[in-house]
Design a protein around this ligand. Structure first.
Ligand code: NAD
Length: 296
């Protein structure tokens, strides 16, 4: 049976790893949080004591870590996995990180005969649990085909965006737009609420009108409108404010490099910075709607 090492079992990685277990793969996970390892074990996977331990005899390594520095350390650090895994190993990094870091890891992998793709995702924690994520993949066509059976277990749409790092570029364009949509949708909902409209009714109207978008369809920021959305769960268990702030930084850095004007993203980044100063980094990013409330 194919053994998969899964590194990073958080809000996204946890359910993704569990879907691989359900599909019949032997999954050995590692995370810094013991509770995340408990959950994988309860789902039928096994726990490792270290990344090296997890990757022992694995023919596939999948990572889902917060940021580029974690991914770089995992693969290229002094005790990095590229010093440990065999040259026929397939490595899939699903974290959202700098395209340059993905390229750097990809170059090193190629030197060592390791097949590597950057494969960031969209679809949120609900998509991770349902196995309906969208993958945006960068790497060679051959490696994308080799990875496809695993990606198809965790996702529904698999796009080959281009060479190494292209998946990351597609992802930051998407999340830049998502930040703008979330802030704009929150603003429109707040205007309606402040003028006496029921947010559930207003959401339905806008979603069936020209303002319709993914936030209104799947991720309403007003508590109680969508029982399954993080807003109705105390803004817990979704995509944290700190991660959205990181993605906006990635987008603005890429825009600086290409001299692309991104005024909407700059405004969204400032709104998220203000929100983070006021309310911290660990709530779901839809909590940005709180910024439109009067200060306590
Ligand atoms: P998370 O913080 O819930 O999970 C990250 C996990 O990595 C944590 O459990 C943490 O303990 C673990 N970790 C950190 N360093 C580690 C290390 N050195 N070794 C092993 N484990 C380590 O974050 P998340 O929401 O699952 O997001 C993960 C990535 O996916 C991020 O890059 C994020 O931008 C991206 N993403 C998240 C969402 C979402 O809706 N949450 C959607 C799309 C993409």
């Amino acid at each position: 049976m194919t053994k998969i090492a899964f590194i990073g079992l958080g809000n996204m990685g946890g359910p993704m790893a569990q879907n691989l277990v359900k599909a019949g793969y032997e999954v050995c996970g590692f995370d810094l949080m013991p509770e995340a390892l408990d959950q994988l074990e309860q789902a039928g996977g096994s726990r490792a004591e270290s990344v090296t331990d997890a990757a022992q005899d694995a023919s596939v390594v999948i990572s889902m870590l917060p940021a580029g520095k974690h991914v770089e350390a995992l693969y290229l650090g002094d005790e990095g996995l590229f010093n440990v895994i065999g040259s026929r190993c397939l490595v899939i990094d699903c974290s959202t990180i700098e395209a340059d870091v993905a390229k750097k890891v990809g170059v090193k992998a190629e030197e060592q005969g390791i097949d590597f793709i950057d494969a960031p995702v969209s679809g949120g924690t609900a998509g991770a649990a349902a196995g309906t994520l969208t993958f945006m993949v960068g790497g060679s066509a051959e490696t994308v085909e080799r990875a496809r059976p695993y990606l198809e277990v965790m996702g529904q749409n698999i796009f080959h965006a281009g060479g190494a790092g292209a998946g990351q570029l597609a992802k930051i364009c998407n999340n830049m737009l998502l930040a703008v949509l979330m802030t704009g949708t929150s603003e429109a909902l707040k205007l309606g609420i402040d003028n006496g409209l029921d947010p559930a009714v207003l959401s339905e109207i806008m979603n069936k009108s020209s303002g319709g978008n993914w936030v209104l369809e799947k991720y309403n920021p007003v508590p109680g409108v969508m029982p399954q959305a993080p807003a109705s769960n105390g803004y817990q268990g979704g995509f944290m404010v700190g991660l959205m702030a990181k993605d906006l930084d990635l987008a603005l850095n890429a825009a600086a490099g290409s001299k692309t004007a991104t005024p909407m993203a700059s405004l969204a980044e400032n709104l998220y910075k203000m929100h983070s100063i006021r309310s911290g980094n660990t709530q779901d990013f839809s909590s940005i709607i709180q910024l439109y409330d009067p200060a306590d």
